[in-house]
Design a protein around this ligand. Structure first.
Ligand code: COA
Ligand code: AMP
Length: 637
């Protein structure tokens, strides 16, 4: 007998038109689609062509029109400002319509880009929805990025307007956003016409006459704006993510398929219904924030939580339990690193006992590998299913999950369970591109077409989309993760096949860091690797080879390179450790032996590669790593 998951999965692959067409009936359309899956321009597949929709209508107004305007749509819970503020769907509609009016008043129209650089406050959500309301394309940039990263995104997206706030708050530290924004705009070639700045009481931003508008004043003077119908295939947002160079990739999401897929996942994957409280403890600057703080829960008519705090330190490791119990959260989503942080401070989970978690039904984790210790700890302490699921900025929702709303499979440690409906996941041999047998490791790829909600392309860069994702395995999307599928169909995600590392659930490119280190005038050559870290999963470590004749204190140079990465990428890079080495281990053809260095750093068994030009370098490397606390040194501690 098949279960609901198997039925859904088979139908999604064999009859995608029927499967997703049915899911789309759950959404509001001004005009229904001509085609569910449009494959007339392969490999650029499109969904729901001919359909007309509005994302903001589906996220907000629809619930008001259906009589649930009084229900809480959003709870702003901010331990760092000691605030709890609730918005009903009706209030969220009014706030959003007013902000859409502000944007329209500044000449922002369908297709124009609006960049949003904001902390975790409700206005960030209102700004996103305000864009969607008038068909403008938002591009949210995470607050932990530095001015230079912001400038790169401004240059690529060319926003007409930028929306920001005077500051963010990192536990107790005020981070002034406006100087970063002004610096970024100075650096960028593409200048916005206007900036709309929310002045927060704890930090007043200085405004530039003629360019900067005060959020409150602008909203007070605005005419509310109604929802504008857009094509299902029109872009809703651009979200930049690390690529293999310093140039981030602009992942595009469309309006129609995104709405259909996310609304469907709320029931099928997360098992929540309208009226349930759903909390993603992430940041609106990441894809998890886009999909599961803002759009998914609101499409479904749930209550979402905007949490301006941390798992620890705001004020303690009981913060998550306090939020769950106070707001009666049914399902929560965060990154394993958050749980590692809590476990480190409260290993016995004593603080959990202070709260009533009876409404809490499931914990979902993603963003990095879920280590078995954290999985078991969370299962034991919380007594609810702990669901690992695997996804990427590009995919917008889970490629593999234990779909609680369809069928709960037994959990296997290290596996995000089975491919979610819509994802024809396969494992190919990277050399021959042929499928491998069950249990063998290879490249994790998805047979085209990708399901609704996944990226249709990169922003104004079809060529890079093809090169990055489709060219290597024709007919498949390359996830750039390696792993295997076992005999029972469980997927296992082992490692990235490119230079991307995951630091505290944040995606970073070591290549981008190397580009910065190489810019230091006294650095001849360098490598950055992600080494294992008990809290953050991975952290970047830099290896610097200095120019011949440099006789300055190496620690000074190291400190300068650390500052360069912080200034150019931002604090989120968490680049705090580097070491000077005489040379880097390489193959005879000159390729740096990254895998071998990594194994030494992580204190794992490694073979001396046959192709190495000089095996003695590995000993030098090992010594250098020990000096900074990695490799053998760490195993002793
Ligand atoms: N604005 C400005 N700075 C920010 C920032 C933001 N929005 N977010 C992070 N930073 C800064 C931090 O303050 C820190 O600065 P520091 O080097 O001066 O201490 C730096 O960026 C690195 O941040 P992070 O890697 O997050 O480390 P942390 O020690 O501050 O916190 C955790 C560690 C585990 C508590 C935190 O990463 C966390 O809660 N992660 C789980 C949830 C999550 O966000 N997942 C992402 C996708 S699901
Ligand atoms: P991001 O685009 O920031 O969401 O990062 C995506 C990458 O994070 C994936 O390609 C994986 O390498 C990693 N990742 C995300 N979720 C998981 C998971 N559940 N298990 C293992 N790796 C994961």
């Amino acid at each position: 007998m098949t279960n609901l998951y198997e039925e859904a999965y088979d139908r999604s692959i064999n009859d995608p038109d029927g499967f997703w067409g049915e899911a789309a009936e759950d959404c509001h359309w001004y005009k229904k689609w001509d085609k569910v899956l449009d494959d007339t321009n392969k490999p650029f597949y499109r969904w729901f062509t001919g359909g007309m929709v509005n994302t903001c209508y589906n996220a907000v107004d629809l619930h008001v029109d259906q009589g649930r305007g009084h229900q809480t749509a959003l709870i702003y819970d901010s331990p760092v400002t000691d605030t709890i503020k609730k918005y009903t769907y009706a209030q969220l509609k009014d706030e959003t319509a007013a902000f859409a009016g502000v944007l329209a008043g500044q000449g922002v129209a369908k297709g124009d880009r609006v960049l949003i650089y904001m902390p975790m406050i409700p206005e960030a959500v209102i700004a996103m929805l305000g864009c969607a309301r008038i068909g403008a394309v938002h591009s949210v940039v995470f607050g932990g990025f530095a001015a230079n990263e912001l400038a790169t995104r401004i240059n690529d997206a060319k926003p007409k307007v930028i929306v920001s706030a005077s500051c963010g708050i990192e536990v107790k530290r005020i981070i002034a956003y406006k100087p970063l924004l002004d610096g970024a705009i100075d650096m960028a070639n593409a200048k916005p016409e206007k900036c709309i700045i929310l002045q927060r009481p704890m930090e007043k931003a200085s405004m530039i006459d003629g360019r900067d508008l005060d959020w409150q004043e602008a909203v007070a003077a605005a005419e509310p704006h109604d929802c504008v119908p857009v094509a299902a295939t029109d872009p809703l947002y651009i979200l930049y993510t690390s690529g293999t160079t310093g140039e981030p990739k602009g992942v595009v999401r469309d309006n129609g398929s995104h709405m259909v897929a996310l609304k469907w996942t709320m029931g099928a994957v997360y098992n929540v219904a309208p009226g349930d409280v759903y909390w993603a403890a992430s940041d609106v600057g990441w894809v998890v924030g886009h999909s599961y703080i803002v759009y998914g829960p609101l499409f479904k008519g749930c209550t979402t939580i905007v949490f301006e705090g941390k798992p620890v330190g705001t004020p303690d490791a009981g913060a998550f339990w306090r939020v769950i119990s106070q707001h009666k959260v049914k399902a929560m989503f965060t990154a394993p690193t958050a749980f590692r942080a809590i476990k480190r401070e409260d290993p016995r989970g004593d603080l959990i006992r202070d709260y009533d978690l009876s409404a809490f039904k499931a914990l979902f984790l993603a963003g990095e590998r879920l280590d078995p210790d954290t999985l078991r700890w969370a299962e034991n302490k919380l007594g609810v299913p702990v669901i690992d699921h695997w996804w990427q900025t590009e995919t917008g929702w889970a490629i593999a999950a234990n779909c609680l709303g369809l069928h709960k499979f037994p959990v296997k440690e290290g596996s995000p369970t089975k491919p979610a409906p819509g994802w024809n996941l396969q494992v190919l041999d990277p050399e021959t591109t042929a499928p491998v047998k069950a249990g063998d490791i290879g490249a994790l790829v998805v047979k085209l077409p990708l399901p609704p909600g996944a990226l249709p392309t990169l922003w104004q860069n079809d060529k890079r989309y093809l090169e990055s994702y489709l060219d290597e395995y024709p007919g498949f999307y390359k996830t750039a993760d390696a792993g295997f599928i076992d005999e029972e169909g469980y997927a296992f995600v082992m490692t990235r096949t490119d230079d991307i590392i995951n630091v505290a659930g944040h995606r970073l490119s070591t290549g981008a860091m190397e580009e910065i280190l190489a810019d230091h005038p006294e650095v001849a050559e360098c490598a950055v690797l992600g080494v294992e870290d008990q809290l953050k999963g991975q952290v970047p470590v830099g290896f610097l080879v200095l120019n011949a004749g440099v006789d300055r204190d190496p620690d000074e140079i190291i400190a300068e390179t650390i500052k360069m990465v912080r200034d150019r990428i931002g604090p989120v890079a968490a680049f705090k450790t580097a070491t000077v080495v005489k040379r880097l281990p390489k193959t005879r053809s000159g390729k740096i032996l990254r895998g071998t260095i990594q194994k030494i750093a992580d204190n794992k068994e490694h073979k001396v590669p046959a192709t190495i030009d000089d095996p003695a370098i590995l000993e030098e490397m090992s010594d250098a790593l020990m000096k900074i606390g990695y490799g053998k040194a760490r195993s002793k501690s």
